[in-house]
Design a protein around this ligand. Sequence first.
Ligand code: M6R
Length: 603
Amino acid sequence: MCGIFGIVTATERRLGGILLSAGRRLAYRGYDSVGAATIDRPGRIDLRKDVGKIDAVNARLHLDEMEGERGIVQLRWATFGSPSYENAQPHLDSDGDLVGAHNGNIVNNVQLREEFIRAGMTVRGTNDGESCVHAVERYVDQGLPMTEAIRRAARDLQGDYAFVIASKDERDEAGRPVIHAIKMGSGLVVGLGDGFACVSSDLPSVLPLTNRIVRIRDGEMVTLHPDRVEIRRVEDGALIEREVETFTEGMDAAEKGGYPHFMEKEIHEQPKVAADLIHLLTASPHVAPFLDDLESARHVYFVGCGTSYHACLIGAAYFNRIAGIPAVGILAPQFTETIARTLGPDDAVVFVSQSGETKDVLSAVNAARPRGARILGVLNVLGSALMHASDHYLPLACGYEISVPATKTFLNQVILFLYLADRLRREGRPIDWPRVPVLIGETLAATDAAAKQVAELLNPHSEMYYLGYGLTLGTAMEGALKLKEITYAHCEGMLSSEFKHGPLSAVHDGYPVVFVSAPDDAAMMVNHVNEVTCRGGRAIVVAAADELLGKNASDYITLPDAGHDLTALISVLPLQLVSYYMSLARGIDPDFPRNLSKTLTVD
Ligand code: M6R
């Protein structure tokens, strides 16, 4: 996790504003602490950092007023070392000649710190980003130039990471300042502008400055001059030629577009992104080979984490129900430890990840590949590690999802799986695809008020259950995750028929249990609802109008009539809204819930 951004310019100027804007765009990657460093022409380093979110830290430290020719900003999601001033990045080396910041994990951090301390270096904190700086310092002190020192340091640093670093006195042959960055497993892109070059963990933080992009690959390092970049292979230092791409996609998606939060904006974008995805799938030549792999496979697995895992559960259920293809949805680390050991070349594994950078998912890919299984990717971020690792991939076509809670990407994951299953359908009526985006819009409009009321009635409670059955198990689990994530209440999502096997003992007067039901399961669900209500519990049902359910439920969020398969899809919409409204009622910023990060590039 974490986000890094660095810039070098031809002339000294107020870089603070640029660092602040880039930092705000990277804030989804981590917000335990933030720091910025600038280096002015005489080579003075101004370092300002603290615990907290970027706007709060800026209000205290005036990051926006920082000046110089070179600048670095870092947003931290804590892994090694508690969130503290010392562990906030960027870090200085012992003498304050180097300044740098990293993203990722240095797994031998503890051993390295001991070595640095034994060598007499000034180690100020316990964060592994500081170890990156000292690792370079060790070779700079031996008289090596920066590029060589960084290459040598990379041999000492174990893990997946990227870092940006500058030496206060270093200038190129033309006397202009430079900064360096290295990519060893974490994201890194370079932007080239008029009189500046910048480097960042992601594209959205670069695109407001320039659309001329250079992509850096794993095992490469880059030296940024104000007018050009030099890419080198870390292994042998050889220079690499790389085309500059002109990126044409707009940045509207990264703005809130009038909504108070990205989450609300992204919820309401769902009819549009669904239409985009359906259009793309209908026209894409990549769907057929993807389907061939699935149809011919001995076993099919859907593998993901968090929200993407919940979509996998629904995807696997669709494949079993609609396509008659046995499929299993499984969490990525569990897949690595179990299924991956028995995989064979006849198996197909669909790896699902919004970011395409989730370490647990990439580790599962690495476990599957040597066994010869087909690696199929479903991802939102084009150019991500999962895209490159896949034999075939399909994009989710959602545009940027900024808010930490995934909403539109979940919906499109489920749509994509339903689309594939529908193409392989053995029996039953095919899905009316042009109707799907309309249905999504209707559901949002029809359930908004009821979702607000349910948020109010759930808000006084600190624990509750969300139960689903069959297809809606994944939806209920996703609704529960959304609630946990942005309200900090405890909410367990599980199979409704499993509730009586233990959790039922939690029910007492007024205890809330939310039931998500698809039409064919209504009769079964009535039993589960009654098990709760007859013990004084409050049963909130999310389903299409159903007489039996209606008579037995305490509260009802009525979904449009969509049929069994599509109900699993649309029922997530009011659950997203319930979480959003409850988060607001609790005074929590739903876009940036505490302790979380949008992209989890650690084990
Ligand atoms: O980028 P991915 O889809 O691989 O991310 C997986 C999870 O970290 C992610 O879905 C997480 O659970 C979301 N923040 C939930 O809203």
